[in-house]
Design a protein around this ligand. Sequence first.
Ligand code: BTN
Length: 318
Amino acid sequence: MLNQILTLLSDGHFHSGEELGEALGVSRAAVWKQLKKLDELAIPYSSVKGKGYRLQDAIELLDKDKIQANLSQRLDILDILLDVDSTNTYLFDRASDHMGKRYAVLAEKQSQGRGRRGRHWVSPFGKNIYLSLLVSFSGGLTALEGLSLTVAIAVEKALKRLGVEDVGLKWPNDVYVDGRKLAGILLEVTGEYSSYCQVVIGVGLNLSLSDEDAESIDQPWIDLQKINPELSRNDVASLLLDELLIQVADFQQQGFAPMQKYWSEHDIYQNKQVVISTTKEDLRGEVIGVTRKGELMLKTESGVELMSAGEIRVRPAG
Ligand code: BTN
């Protein structure tokens, strides 16, 4: 019933308790009980005597049929959730029961959205895209080399299909516009590290973040709303998922090598001086490209160093 109430309220206009009750065929008390759940989901709404209830902002709720209609690739399962701790955790918990399946999940809200390096990923209700995709690989961990870069390329290509140009990539898998982060990617692996394994690919893409939501973000950020306010949330979700499926399927067949040049053409630090922080040291040098496996090639004073994606941080040299 909560879903139905949200659908009625999603236009951002006032709806009286009576109207909501009639539309759903329930009492006003039952409506009121459901409205309490909006508080639990931290969805801002107001109630005005004589007018009824309205959401602070109109919301385009995720629509499974619309999203599926745009997919050109095989997808075995698609779950759309109102609320989840983390879409990555959700799929991770289900991975062993879905060997060999392509399983995707999108959520309206995450209560414990996770970023890289143990960071929190800000995930308010109905605003952004929180997407995870479970895929299987044979060939162990080495078969995954370059996957995180491929996922970033998929995000860039989806954005291009939506008409968003000038999207830049930051090794190994951040997506930038105007020097500000638009999307982040978190890959998690389970299974046999040397043979069969499953990967949960998590993508968080900012669609519309209020200053209040963004208060805890400690890096420059941007959302799609600022680039093109007309974009439909369901179009963004479906093209993102479609492009992800396309790029991952290509990667499963050919690996990262065909994408090597494409990456460098979109890398915001290509031919720039950067500092790379590893757990051991800070390395300074010029980014000269990536290898066929997706390692970053850094030209330092002592020669070319190859960096593998891990818990490594890249930042511009000051
Ligand atoms: C980053 O720190 O840049 C990675 C952010 C990844 C966020 C996404 S949102 C969907 C999926 N579920 C999570 O808990 N995290 C990823």
